[in-house]
Structure formats: C-alpha cells, structure tokens
Design a binder for this molecule. Structure first.
Ligand SMILES: [Mn+2]
Length: 708
C-alpha cells in the first residue's frame, strides 16, 4: 500500500478485510473520468489521457483483477474522434482479451440491457464468441452521455464499445414507457450481480442525469433499485456520475440520500482525488471518489496526485488501496496577490518590467517544485521495484490577482519564455481582479447563483469572461447585436450548447429551420394583412409565443434523448414534466435567470393563438388558407397593431374593418410581398452559423478552462 494519501479522515480506521481468502476475494481496478481525447490536438499534452488509460489497463493486468470498474466520462467528447476510438479499442483488445479464466460468475440475466434485435448478450464474457480476460464495466458520464433519437434510440460512445464486446455498459437509465408508469417510476436501476466463492457483489450503475433530476428522483424516492431478496448479504456498490460539490441550488447530489443497502458509493465526475473511502454521517456506506486520470482544468483540485485504486471485496468487507498513476505529468498551481507582493518586495505596481521579472521568478520556482515532485514520485516507485520513467514537462499555473495594477503583459507572450520547460506555456498565467464588495473566491467553477455577466462588461478580465459568462447570455447579446432575436434565445442557446458540447452538427440548423417554420406558420395562421408598420410587431408577438412554448417544453427534451425508449416520446416527456414541478419550486436558476424578454407578450400569446379558431363564429366563413382572396374576410382577421389580448382583437376588428376598405388591395398584395420579405432564412442561417462559430470558440475555451 502506498503511504502518502491516507489518514485524511481522522479517527475512523480505513475499512479492511480481516482474514482474506483469495478464492472469496473479488479484486477490482477502480478508475473514472479518463476523459480520453482531452486536448488531443495539443502537441505536448495530446496523448496524456490515453497514456493514463493505458497505465490503468496495465495496472489491472499487473494486479490480476477480476474486472475493471469505471464511473463515467471515459471519453471527453460526446463524439470521440476516430483516433480516440481507435486507440481505446486497440488498448482494450490488447489488455482485456485473452485466455485468463474469469472467476466472477454472473448471476443476473446476461441479456439485461442487451442490444435489441441481436442475439449476443450484454455482458461480454458471457458471449462464447469472445475471449475476455478482464471485463470492463462502465456507466456513462455527462461528457459521453447518450444523445440523439435515431432508430436505435439515444446512443453514446459506450454503446459502440458495448456492441463490439469490449466493454460492459451499465446504468443506461430505463425510462417508463407510458404515463401511468411514469407516475410511479423514476430511475430504475438493474444491477449486475456477480459471485466469486462466497462473496456476492451487486453493481448498481446510474449513468449521469441532470443533477436537478437526480436530486428530485432521490428526494421523491423514485430511484428504484432492483435488489435481490437477501440484498443485505450482498456487497452492494453504487456507481454514479454527478456533482458532489454544490454549484448552486440543486446543482449537486447530496451524499446521504442513497439506499441503506449500499455498502460503497463510487462517485465519478469530481476530478479531485478523494479515493480513500469516506464515511457519510448517519449512513453505513462509504464514498470513494477516484478523481480523473487526467487534468482537464488547471484548477486546484486537479493538482492533487492522480490515483486509481485496487478494491478488494470479501463478503461484506472491503479494502481499498490507492495506486498512484505514474504516467500523469506533475501539476503545480499557485496563487499570488500582486499588490501584496509588490509591497513586500518593494516594487511599483505600475512597473511592468519589474512585475514581469517577479512573475518569471515565481514560475521558475514552480517548475522546480514540479520537477522535484516528479523526482520524488519516481524515486518512490523505483524503490518499490518499478522502472524509472523519463521526466515529462510539468503543468504549471500561476493565478495572479491584479487589482491595483494598471496594465498586465500578454500572458501568451509571457509563456513563450517557458516553451520547452512546461507543458502549457500558453496559459501558465491567469489574471483576475477581485470584484468590489467581496472576493469571489478562487473556485474556478461557474457559480449558478451568481448574477449574469455580460461579455461586454469592461470590469471583467478575459479569463473571467471565459469562465463566468454563460452561453445563453452570450447568445442573447449576440442575437440582439445582429438583430436576430427572432431565433429565440433559449432555443438558440440550447442549440449552440448541443452543437458545442455534444458535437451535434445539425442542432443549429434544426433549430433555425424549426423556428422559422413556426414563425411563418404563426404569421399565416393569423391570416395577416401585413404591412410594413405592423409586421415587426406581429412577428415579435409570434416569436414571443414560440419562445414561451419552447420554454414550456424545454424540460421535456432530455427525456427524448436519454434512455433507450425508442417509441413513446410523448410519455417520456411526462417524466421530465414531473421535473418541471421541481423547477417551479423556485430554485431553478435556469428558469430564474433567463426569462424571455417579452414575457408578458408571451403569456398573452396562447389566448391570441386561439382567436383564429373562434373566427368562424364571427366571420361568414371558416378560416381559409392564407392565400384566400376573399379580402373582406381577410380584413376581419387583420392583426392590428397593439392588440394585446383577445378582447382587444374583437373590438378592434369590428371597428377597423370599414376603415380599411381602400387599403385592401394593397394589403392583399403586400401580404404576398411580405411573404417574400419574410424569407430571411438564408441570411439568418449564415449569420447564425457565424454566431455559433464565435460562441463555439468562446465556449470551447471556457470548457477547456473549466470542465469536469
Ligand atoms: Mn463528468
């Protein structure tokens, strides 16, 4: 056992197995958040994630484990590149196939979760056509979650590995298929049940879902675990991938809400290594948080030495041995307050040259520290009989609080002096300023309850903008600047997030096309006689309706994407409409922080939308198609400016009809010309793509700085 990261939990002795019998001991290689593909194009760090993954597989072989267990985010991208898939598949084939006999017997149904329409089982080593030596089990994370709704339902990268037989994908949440079921089903968890000798092990996997939903399902007791009758004579592991640290109301999952029959929770998603099992107040289970095997942000938590663990289970006892990952490059981070250090060291805050010198010295010290760290770790490993490894370039981050200093030099140029000595010369320095009215703290995460920040805020430094301005704020500002508000900021914002986060190349196109179609339909349904004066207003009203409808239905969307239900999307939606209740309890920051600007109009919209249907009662004729030539009829349905509710529509339409006679012809033809002037589709599209590209760039950088 390595002797460096123990005793973090005072007083409580680490769980141990007292009398170990090899035949009864299940040995597991525990790891998570490998984020394969992170910075894959970086010439220095491009292979970091894959190297760490390779080391984990080698450790699994070396320690002769029964299987490997991962808790999500195997891949950094929702659609991993070909290189990533190639390397992961090759490594899995290299290290997890072979003649080594498998000693854990599968007791649950091997067909639980198998690919529909095919004969092969879900668990790879139950397939006689495959020769598996070390099975790998994994849930999905938030990066590699199932997306899309093709004929096979939502799929993720793990589904690919699963059908190739290289991985056993678990925790794809079962969604209820009809309304009635949705009332009493929440998240259903079917375990993988295993046995070795006298030890019986239940693996309960819950792939990532939105924290709000998970919180709700837990609170409402709707996380249903299918457990064997004698569940307490099993050792039960729960795998999940959620926020553990609160980033806002309901933006995390509390530690103490899991079933009492659970013995150990393996918590994925949080990147800092807290792998030593921690007890939970009032609960009998422990939590282990292995942390990521690659640093995906240069934040404090990632500077903790990276580990995986050898987990041994015998009966109801377990023992966890942290194993340091030797291939991970060292990372040191430091924080300085420029005005303080200027005072201490007697230089002037306006002296750029002095400041530059000082920062360079400090970075040099950090490089030295990182190299020492590596040498120590290497020496330790060599002592334990491991081969020596060549020293990689370290990651170094210096966070500088610049309040009081007038002008800072360019951090990228600053970093050029360190090329060849550190792995991240471009972003070694970050500048930030304390906000008036209290420090924001050094946490790099976006706080959900912070006020919205504008990208144009002159108070913000570039790095603050990147890390703190939310996408939807960016989108709204951009759409406003381009006068593209028609596209609807909530929908556009979601579409851009899909485009960026999930590599859904069609997200924006689909959204724009859908919105325009709906706007057109709205205009036409109102049987408009449109002229230059009222077209803007009318379109704005319809846009309001559309936006409101979108917001109303927004929370139903994830249900379609998640789970394997192919049909019954309608009813799936009701699952998340349960969530709407939670959301509306008042703490949902999304709802609170992005009210569509024309909210009142949006509200009035549904009433107005009903008007055309009522029309026949007033008019002589049922609502005709928009091309109808009966001008009198059209007149009655004219959308006058400034009508805000149906009463107004009724009174105005009677008043207005006679007055407009003369204008009718012009109106009718302008109705057509308006149609063509409404064809802003192509223009809208290209501009949107430009918006998306810009947003993508900005978002990508943000994500790089701050993503689990
Ligand atoms: Mn994650």
């Amino acid at each position: 056992m390595s002797d460096h990261s123990e005793d973090e939990h005072e007083g409580i002795p680490p769980p141990t197995i007292r009398n170990a019998y090899a035949d009864d001991t299940i040995k597991i290689m525990l790891a998570t958040d490998n984020h394969i593909g992170y910075l894959e194009r970086d010439p220095i760090r491009g292979q970091d994630s894959i190297e760490a993954f390779k080391e984990i597989l080698q450790l699994a072989v070396k320690h002769d484990v029964d299987f490997i267990l991962l808790a999500g985010d195997l891949f950094h991208e929702n659609r991993p590149s070909r290189d990533c898939l190639y390397q992961v598949m090759a490594l899995l084939r290299e290290y997890t196939l072979g003649d080594r006999p498998i000693q854990v017997e599968l007791l649950s149904d091997p067909n639980d979760g198998k690919a529909a329409g095919y004969s092969f089982p879900a668990i790879n080593y139950e397939d006689p056509n495959l020769n598996i030596s070390i099975p790998m089990f994994s849930i999905h994370g938030n990066h590699d979650d199932p997306q899309g709704a093709g004929p096979e339902g939502a799929l993720c990268a793990l589904d690919m590995l699963s059908v190739t037989g290289l991985i056993n994908y678990m925790g794809k949440i079962d969604l209820p298929t009809n309304d009635a079921e949705a009332q009493d089903t929440g998240i259903a968890v079917r375990p993988v049940l295993l046995r070795k000798g006298n030890t019986r092990l239940g693996l309960y996997g819950v792939g990532n879902v939105k924290d709000q939903r998970m919180h709700f399902e837990l609170r409402s007791n709707r996380v249903r675990m299918y457990m064997p009758k004698d569940k307490d004579s099993w050792f039960n592991i729960l795998l999940l991938h959620q926020n553990r640290v609160a980033h806002g109301p309901q933006q995390s999952v509390p530690e103490g809400m899991f079933d009492d029959s659970i013995d150990l929770v393996v918590w994925g998603h949080e990147h800092d290594c807290r792998i030593i099992p921690e007890p939970v107040a009032g609960k009998r289970y422990f939590i282990t948080q292995p942390g990521s095997s690659v640093a995906t942000s240069l934040a404090d938590g990632e500077a903790i030495e990276k580990h995986v663990a050898l987990l041994k289970i015998q009966g109801k006892e377990f023992e966890l041995t942290p194993l340091p990952l030797r291939s991970v490059r060292p990372f040191v981070i430091d924080d300085i307050d420029l005005s303080e250090t200027a005072e201490e060291n007697g230089f002037d805050l306006s002296d750029k040259i002095e400041i530059g010198k000082f920062l360079k010295n400090r970075v040099n010290e950090l490089i030295e520290k990182a190299n020492e760290q590596w040498d120590e770790r290497n020496a330790r490993a060599v002592e334990e009989g491991e081969p020596e490894l060549p020293r990689p370039l370290p990651l170094v981050r210096l966070k500088v609080e610049t309040s009081g200093a007038s002008e800072m030099s360019n951090p990228v140029r600053f970093g050029q002096d360190f090329i060849g000595r550190i792995a991240n010369p471009r972003d070694v320095l970050t500048f930030h300023r304390a906000k008036k009215g209290g420090a924001r703290g050094t946490k790099s995460k976006v706080k959900a309850d912070e006020p919205e920040l504008s990208i144009d805020d002159p108070e913000l430094t570039v790095s603050e903008k990147l890390s703190k301005v939310r996408v939807h704020t960016l989108v709204r500002e951009y759409l406003a600047a381009q006068e593209l508000q028609l596209l609807g900021e909530a929908g556009m914002s979601d579409a851009i997030e899909m485009f960026v986060d999930k590599d859904d190349l069609h997200a924006i196109q689909t959204h724009v096309a859908g919105t325009l179609k709906s706007l057109m339909k709205g205009v036409q349904a109102n049987e408009i006689e449109v002229d230059a004066d009222n077209i803007d207003e009318l379109v704005e009203q319809i846009r309001g309706e559309h936006e409101q409808r979108y917001l109303d239905h927004r929370h139903e969307e994830p249900a379609k994407g998640k789970g394997k239900a192919k049909a019954g999307n309608e009813s799936d939606a009701s699952v998340d409409s349960m969530m709407m209740d939670v959301d509306n309890e008042g703490s949902d920051f999304e709802q609170a922080s992005d009210p569509p600007p024309p909210k009142t109009k949006g509200r009035a919209a549904p009433k107005k939308a009903a008007a055309p249907k009522k029309a026949p009662a007033r008019g002589k004729k049922a609502a005709p198609p928009p091309s109808d030539e009966d001008e009198d009829e059209i007149e009655e349905e004219v959308a006058p400016p400034k009508r805000t509710n149906r009463a107004a529509v009724l009174s105005q339409s009677t008043k207005k009809a006679p007055a407009k006679k003369a204008a009718t012809k012009a109106a009718a033809s302008s109705s057509k010309s308006t149609q063509s002037s409404l064809s802003f589709q192509p223009a809208g599209r290209t501009s949107t793509r430009a918006a998306a590209t810009r947003a993508k760039r900005k978002v990508a950088e943000t994500i790089e700085l701050d993503s689990n």
